[in-house]
Design a protein around this ligand. Sequence first.
Ligand code: PLP
Length: 390
Amino acid sequence: MVKIKEIDSIKSDKLDMKTIINKIKEILNSGYQEEAIVVKDNNVIKKHEIYWALKYLGTKFIAVSNEEENVKVSLDFLGFYDEVSDPGIRVYNNTIELIERDRPTPLVKLNGIINDKKIGIWAKLEWYNPFSLSIKDRTAWYIIYNNLDKLSDKEKIFEATSANTGIAIAAISSILGKKTRVFMPETSPDYASKLLKIYGSDVVREGNTTNELIEKVKIYAEKENAFVPNQFSNIFNLLVHLRYTAKEIDYQTIYGKLKLNGIFASMGTGGHIAGLTFYFHNKNKAVKIFGIQPEENGTIPGIKKQDFKNWWNINDSPDDIYSVSLEESIDVLITTARTNGILPGISGGAVLAGLKKAYNNGDLDEGDYVCIIPDNGIKYLDEIYNERVL
Ligand code: PLP
């Protein structure tokens, strides 16, 4: 007989990620749990892959049985959206709950970016995350908390980062009583070194890009028995955006009654746009995903051109890519500040500049578009101010 149980009341042995990812894809495509998870004494004995897929999709409930059985239970019924809906009175017992429970981040309509009433532009404000005041809190938190077993006998965490991930890791390390060493390129903003030191982190500044530091970090970590989250290829960087960033947008646009045509996002590790791509290309193909990269030979803090070969092992990629310049990104930031009273960070400006480009190319249809704003412009005040010589 099939029963609906809270997922946290059932235990299962770990499974390889490839099998889980394939099952996640299948469930997102159908929108249903189609087979019962076979359990005995609250332990999974068959259909482990369904259990883990639903676990990483974040349903509150699962359908279980003592024997193999077909079922048809919708994700909605299993409490799929519960974890991204109203956080209520927002009273939390400790600071980690700010990232675990205080969601979704806001989605706000912007005016004055393009002159067309038929197209709605909605900014998803990721600086509402608590530690680095950026989207990278999600990545740092999910990688670390899904690797607590590997971390338990280690005192240190080492990571290469352009700034935000390092700050998020340093903050979370403080909560866990661990020590962090952050490896940042010389090009990273100065405020980041100061903030990291305030958090008690060691800071190493070397090279021009994070790519140059990845191997170095691994070598130091081996010598000093440190844990390396490795945001550049850790699957939890994709899974956190699948489970939360993407699901939040899905929930907010469904219940906010938007006609979601597409999502614009910048790309650094590619973690958040890969999560969005995987989620929407399987769950709702009407939603197109647009990636934003710096123009040839240009630099924009936190983002870079992607190599889409074997990209995050999802056999998929964004629907289109737009290249933008630093100047275009900063121009739209100033417009946003002067028409909406908020100042996104530079990569957020790049995303808005990419949307403008898509509009000017005639690539946008009537309806709504979400732009992911990774952090806030106060972090880049001098760069924004000096670029425009205000
Ligand atoms: N924007 C900013 C400000 C960032 O710090 C980052 C990544 O560090 C990104 C965009 C890109 O995000 P992702 O690594 O998820 O591609």
